[in-house]
Write a protein that binds this ligand. Sequence first.
Ligand SMILES: C[S@@+](CC[C@H](N)C(=O)[O-])C[C@H]1O[C@@H](n2cnc3c(N)ncnc32)[C@H](O)[C@@H]1O
Length: 200
Amino acid sequence: MIQIEMQRLDDIADDCVNMPWGMEHKEFEGNSEIWAPYLRFLYCFTKEFKPELIVECGVYMGTATEHMALANPDGLVIGIDKDFHNAAYNVVRRQANVRYVHGNTVEVYEHVMMLADELPLELLFLDSEHDGITPQKELETYEPLMGERCLVSCDDIHYNSCMEDWWDAIRCPKMELNHLHPPLTPDYVDTGFGVFIVER
Ligand SMILES: C[S@@+](CC[C@H](N)C(=O)[O-])C[C@H]1O[C@@H](n2cnc3c(N)ncnc32)[C@H](O)[C@@H]1O
């Protein structure tokens, strides 16, 4: 069981911002997505807490997937997407601890459960449809796989009012780490990033 304290998460979030993009892994050379600090947060969290099972809802190019996979080669990372970017397939070829499931995040539970093979879910990363409804459904869908304690990280909690309402309704111990997803350029909005801990 992983022991997570909010203060430690806050410290990791502060420290990771100025770490090198891609954490000096050659796999990320030429990847335009690696600027976002939340990727380094996921890397550092995974390296320190070594979640046995990670589920990522919304993979796209596999940039976050590969950060988490590299941070703990002994942990299993299951990524779900209904429309993987081609670059994501390089990640699953490179990293032996990554499995992909193609489909709608809330409809592939049985497949994910089979791949999980009773490992406790200790990090759930919600980053698919930012409509406030899908993240809630994903949370409910994957809760049965959670270990005694699971960190849920959510990108874009301030993306729109639906996401803000969903985030406000979360009753678990939670923390906003919005500096982990700052605007890419000044004309972008600050879309936010949050974490909460589910205890079972
Ligand atoms: C923001 S991207 C994910 C980025 C990735 N988590 C990262 O940080 O590198 C969102 C992805 O979610 C996928 N997606 C959106 N809604 C989905 C759903 N209901 N089921 C499966 N995939 C979904 C999209 O196809 C897209 O590739």
